[in-house]
Design a protein around this ligand. Structure first.
Ligand SMILES: Nc1ncnc2c1ncn2[C@@H]1O[C@H](COP(=O)(O)OP(=O)(O)OP(=O)(O)O)[C@@H](O)[C@H]1O
Ligand SMILES: [Mg+2]
Length: 187
């Protein structure tokens, strides 16, 4: 993944939670277009980090993952760079055995801010990214909110439905509709 948009960062940070063995990941994505602030929080119940691990977290190339697999430990340093380039910041709270919370803030009116990107696309991708993880994703735009909860969706669909491309497409359209509805201007 190239991490060219904020939506890409959300996917990437959520992937860390999946890699940490999380069963429940709660994501809050809040945007205030008037103030020009975009904030997201990813909270998981994965394995968490020790103080030592936390200290090294933003070192480029620091990873506890097998170096033969995929990427190389740049997810968090790149997020930090992207946020701080706009005058924003990243905070990480973590406790070994309990979980991790990552909070990122961007000033979207800053000239160096990356584009927000396809938030509905990222939410859809997360829902289907890992069978064993429950996602609760809250999206707030200009004070308007929607929540997507994979557990509730799964309870209403059979396992076969969940893997049916037609159903997947319906869910994609559903998320896109929700995204559109919070962005609609009141007449
Ligand atoms: N949610 C999390 N729970 C536990 N450990 C985490 C979490 N997020 C990050 N880490 C730790 O921080 C390290 C660095 O994370 P980072 O996203 O920068 O790189 P990576 O995930 O290892 O590789 P990449 O993101 O480039 O694929 C991880 O290898 C992991 O040890
Ligand atoms: Mg990562």
């Amino acid at each position: 993944m190239s991490l060219r948009t904020i939506a890409d960062h959300i996917l990437d940070i959520a992937q860390n939670s999946v890699n940490a063995g999380a069963k429940l990941v709660e994501i809050h994505i809040e945007e205030d277009p008037q103030k020009g602030v975009f904030k997201f929080v990813v909270k998981d119940d994965g394995r968490g980090m020790t103080e030592e691990e936390l200290k090294r977290l933003f070192d480029p190339f620091y990873t506890t993952r097998d170096h033969k697999i995929r990427r190389i430990g740049l997810g968090l340093p790149m997020l930090k760079y992207a946020c701080e380039s706009t005058g924003g910041k990243v905070d990480v709270h973590s406790k070994k055995g309990e979980g991790t919370l990552v909070e990122a803030v961007f000033n979207t009116s800053h000239i160096d801010c990356q584009p927000v990107g396809d938030i509905a696309g990222s939410i859809f991708a997360l829902l289907f990214s890992s069978k064993d993880v429950d996602w609760v994703i809250k999206r707030v735009y200009n004070g308007k909110t929607y929540i997507v909860d994979s557990k509730t969706l799964k309870e209403n669909l059979s396992e076969a439905d969940w893997e049916n491309p037609k159903i997947m497409n319906l869910i994609r359209e559903f998320v896109e509709e929700l995204e559109k509805s919070v962005k609609e201007e009141k007449l």
